[in-house]
Design a protein. Structure first.
Length: 180
């Protein structure tokens, strides 16, 4: 029976030693698997981080290009607005100068019209004085003088017309005599 007990004891000791060895082996394998999984996880994490950084840089580059394009378009629009504003300012300044020039010319014309009216008034006054003086000197009114002057001009015109008619007749006689 000792042998049986020794056999059972050996079996128990073998089982305990086997259990400890099996547990030790499993622990080492577990640690090895955990280390390997952690290494794979770290590799996957680094790969994902690298892909995320690449995607971020790609998106950032696209964003920068879009921002530059928008900035360029905005700058172009601002340049067009500034150009139009400059043109409008020049046009406005031209219009102001033209308006000032027109106002100055209008003032000059008004001054000239006033001067002409003054001169005309003075001339009419002087003419009236001359007519009055002539009426006093001639003893005739302006109407009577005009009538007399008209008659004298008519008489003179008749005399000149008669002379011309006489000359034409004399010339016609002369030519007819020379032809015959």
């Amino acid at each position: 029976m000792i042998e049986v007990i020794a056999g059972i004891g050996g079996l128990l000791a073998g089982a305990v030693i086997g259990y400890f060895l099996f547990t030790n082996t499993l622990t080492k394998k577990k640690e090895s698997l955990i280390a390997e999984a952690e290494a794979k996880g770290e590799t996957i994490r680094k790969d994902k981080e690298l892909k995320a950084k690449e995607r971020f840089l790609e998106l950032k580059e696209k964003h920068d290009i879009a921002i530059k394009d928008r900035t360029r378009k905005i700058q172009s629009a601002e340049d067009r607005v500034k150009s139009k504003e400059t043109k409008l300012n020049k046009d406005l300044e031209y219009q102001k100068r033209a308006q000032n020039n027109t106002e100055r010319i209008q003032k000059d014309l008004d001054d000239q019209i006033t001067a002409v009216k003054t001169k005309q008034s003075e001339l009419e006054s002087t003419r009236q004085k001359a007519v009055t003086l002539l009426e006093d000197i001639s003893g005739l009114s302006a109407e009577e003088a005009k009538t007399q002057l008209g008659e004298q001009l008519k008489d003179k015109a008749r005399a000149q017309a008669s002379e011309q008619i006489q000359e034409i007749l004399d010339e016609a006689k002369y030519k007819s005599q020379h032809r015959s």
